[in-house]
Design a protein around this ligand. Structure first.
Ligand SMILES: Cc1cc2nc3c(=O)[nH]c(=O)nc-3n(C[C@H](O)[C@H](O)[C@H](O)COP(=O)(O)OP(=O)(O)OC[C@H]3O[C@@H](n4cnc5c(N)ncnc54)[C@H](O)[C@@H]3O)c2cc1C
Length: 420
């Protein structure tokens, strides 16, 4: 679940900036200059937040409720950056006021830098929000946003004082943000957030009906993770390009790491068609806060749709006899054949007295809707804690139904399988 600490911190800094900017506005600034430069500053602070979140530092995970939530905030901040930057651009006066020395207050290079950053920003946002563009094609232009960030710093650091006093209270705040942002950018661009990469040997590639399971043997240490967490998997070798996020489907304590992967695009298809045992893969992580342990004292409903099974797979594989949680596990798949690992799950549930499995097959007319779940549950919905992972339409539909049924938002937990 999205935690508000991180968002509140971002809003807090923006608020301080706005108060400083409005309280100490130079006398020679008219209201239009003051407001439009303030919006430009807000856009820059949001951009800086995005840059900081892109470091993937684990301290931010707890403030935002997990890396997937950090990416959601990163994306939302990006959209607001473009909106505020556009208002700033169209609103800010374009000419030096009469009577002001045009040489001492030259608009060059601030103006062209601002213009260039706005054009790249809008193009970048269009690419980022266009889901038809595959992740690997989206990645390079997205990385180019680092240049845009530096252009924006250049823009306000060279702005003439007649429009923006950088050595003012709000200006100092922006300079401070620029220093922190530049450090964060260098950290990400130099690959320092990759330091935790742990090498594994690809031991097996098991092609199942609708998914591929990769079994990895540690070359040195096994990574330490909790069930439900995910990691970035980077296959070594030509043509394998960028790391991709996958939930760890093995249990902590196993001597192998397993990922279960569904074909959803070019990279995942390549895994299914071309990956062979023997190669090397780097694993970075773990990340994520999809943790059913945090609601130990509550009865739980787990709902998995298709490949959204993977976090629950790890949880069940790692569950010990005597676990006190009462768990109703609704596993929705297109058909009986699509329901990978169903037999293994049923065997685990038989050994544990606290888990009941309710498979739903949409080709038999059973969908993961709350009406169906209600029939399977003995007690009122509001008495359970819900953990949901699956395709976005399924998750959104269930969340709406649960809200309508009066289940508190704080009792529902979801894992998003996409970062864009
Ligand atoms: C937290 C999390 C856990 C996941 N767990 C699983 C799992 O257990 N099993 C499974 O099959 N799938 C899982 N996914 C989805 C998986 O990451 C994507 O299906 C896969 O990366 C698609 O890559 P592609 O090139 O084949 O497809 P593309 O068409 O290029 O990508 C499809 C979508 O996947 C996402 N994506 C692709 N590449 C990346 C990347 N390098 N980094 C971040 N996001 C990317 C983007 O949202 C993109 O729009 C998970 C995703 C996330 C975010």
């Amino acid at each position: 679940m999205l935690r508000l600490q991180g968002i509140n911190a971002i809003l807090g800094v923006i608020l301080v900036f706005m108060v400083l900017h409005l309280s100490f506005a130079p006398e020679h600034h008219d209201i239009r200059t003051t407001t439009t430069t303030m919006l430009g500053g807000v856009a820059f602070l949001l951009m800086t937040s995005s840059v900081i979140l892109a470091t993937r530092l684990s301290i931010f995970e707890s403030a935002f409720g997990g890396l997937d939530r950090m990416y959601q905030v990163h994306r939302m901040a990006g959209t607001f950056v473009a909106v505020f930057a556009l208002i700033h651009f169209f609103g800010v006066p374009k000419n030096i006021p009469e009577g002001v020395d045009p040489i001492a207050n030259s608009l060059a290079p601030s103006s062209p830098l601002g213009m260039a950053s706005l054009v790249f920003l809008v193009i970048g946002l269009f690419i980022a929000l266009n889901r038809k563009i595959s992740y690997s094609r989206w990645r390079m232009p997205h990385k180019a946003m680092a240049i845009v960030y530096m252009l924006v710093i250049g823009h306000f650091m060279t702005a003439p004082g007649v429009f923006f006093e950088r050595f003012s209270a709000s200006g100092f705040l922006l300079i401070g943000a620029a220093i922190v942002g530049a450090i964060a950018l260098a950290y990400t661009m130099l690959g320092m957030n990759r330091r935790t990469a742990v090498p594994f040997t690809i031991e097996a590639v098991n092609r199942m009906e609708r998914a591929t399971e990769i079994v990895l043997k540690p070359q040195r240490d096994m990574i330490d993770f909790k069930p439900g967490q995910f990691a970035f998997l980077e296959v070594q070798g030509k043509g394998w390009s960028e790391p991709h996020p996958f939930t760890i489907s093995s249990a902590p304590g196993e001597d192998r790491l397993r990922f279960t992967i569904k074909v959803l695009g070019d990279w995942t298809r390549k895994v299914r068609e071309e990956l062979h045992p023997g190669g090397e893969a780097l694993v970075r992580g773990p990340y994520g806060r999809f943790d059913t342990e945090k609601a130990r004292n509550r009865k739980q409903v787990w709902i998995a749709g298709g490949i959204g099974l993977t976090p629950f797979l790890s949880m069940l594989r790692g569950m010990e006899a005597g676990d006190e949680r009462q768990i109703e596990f609704v596993y929705a798949a297109r058909s009986r054949e699509d329901a990978i690992f169903l037999e293994e799950l049923q065997a685990i549930a038989q050994k544990l007295s606290n888990v009941s499995i309710h498979p739903l097959f949409s080709d038999e007319g059973e969908f993961a809707r709350i009406e169906v779940a209600k029939q399977k549950l003995a007690d009122p919905l509001a008495t359970y804690e819900f953990f949901i992972c699956g395709p976005k339409p399924m998750v959104d539909g269930l969340m709406n139904d649960l809200k309508t049924e009066g289940v508190a938002r704080s009792s529902t937990h979801t894992e998003a399988f996409e970062f864009r």
